[in-house]
Design a protein around this ligand. Structure first.
Ligand SMILES: CC(=O)SCCNC(=O)CCNC(=O)[C@H](O)C(C)(C)COP(=O)(O)OP(=O)(O)OC[C@H]1O[C@@H](n2cnc3c(N)ncnc32)[C@H](O)[C@@H]1OP(=O)(O)O
Length: 172
């Protein structure tokens, strides 16, 4: 029987201070640097779930809502939402905090997909991810639909095979 692990076991929190080397000429955190931090936090969550080496397979759209300023503290929270065979979807939230001003706001949110691989880089199956809280269950339930959408967009699934997505459009 396939091993099961609570999704909460993969929870990761990562904190970084925005320093001059991380910023553009407007003293805002560069988007590429933000993506780098998100990739690391999300990869650690996928590693915690699978206890394997993981590679980034895809990143869903990341929008940069508000600029993060030099000197802000960036907090990233990542957790696996669902595991398929070798792939895992990870949800990540990002906040920026201005400690001297006492303000904290959410700046980004994204879904990353990681694939667990063996030493030769071949995909390998991972444990099932078990959601427990209502929020975890909602993320888990939506994960199949998001997986189908990203596989269709990546040309890895025929739209006609994306049953979960089709059902969504037929409902509305
Ligand atoms: C942490 C890092 O930054 S690592 C560096 C950046 N990432 C990389 O270098 C990864 C390079 N890519 C690869 O190594 C390969 O394409 C892999 C391992 C991701 C997939 O290998 P493939 O030979 O295509 O394997 P295969 O077709 O069997 O798919 C394996 C899994 O990947 C998933 N997958 C493949 N491509 C994508 C994609 N674009 N989006 C989402 N999932 C994907 C598949 O759905 C499958 O999931 P499942 O096993 O849960 O059903």
């Amino acid at each position: 029987m396939r091993k099961q692990k609570p999704v909460a076991d993969s929870f990761v929190i990562m904190t970084e201070l925005v320093l001059p080397n991380d910023t553009n000429t407007l003293n805002n955190l560069m988007g590429g640097r933000m993506m780098h931090l998100m990739d690391i936090a999300a990869a650690i969550a996928a590693q915690k779930h699978s206890n394997r080496i993981v590679v980034t397979a895809s990143v869903d759209n990341v929008s940069f809502r508000d600029a993060i300023r030099l000197g802000n503290v960036v907090t990233l929270q990542a957790q696996v939402t669902r595991a398929f065979a070798s792939s895992m979807e990870v949800h990540i939230d990002v906040w920026a905090e201005d400690i001297p001003n006492g303000t904290k706001f959410k700046t980004n949110e994204a879904f990353f997909t990681f694939v667990a691989v063996d030493q030769s880089g071949r995909p390998i199956d991972v444990p099932e991810a078990v959601p427990e809280t209502p929020e975890e269950i909602a993320f888990y339930d939506g994960a199949l639909r998001r997986r189908q959408l990203r596989l269709v967009l990546a040309g890895r699934m025929k739209p006609a095979e994306a049953q979960e997505l089709k059902a969504l459009f037929e409902l509305q």
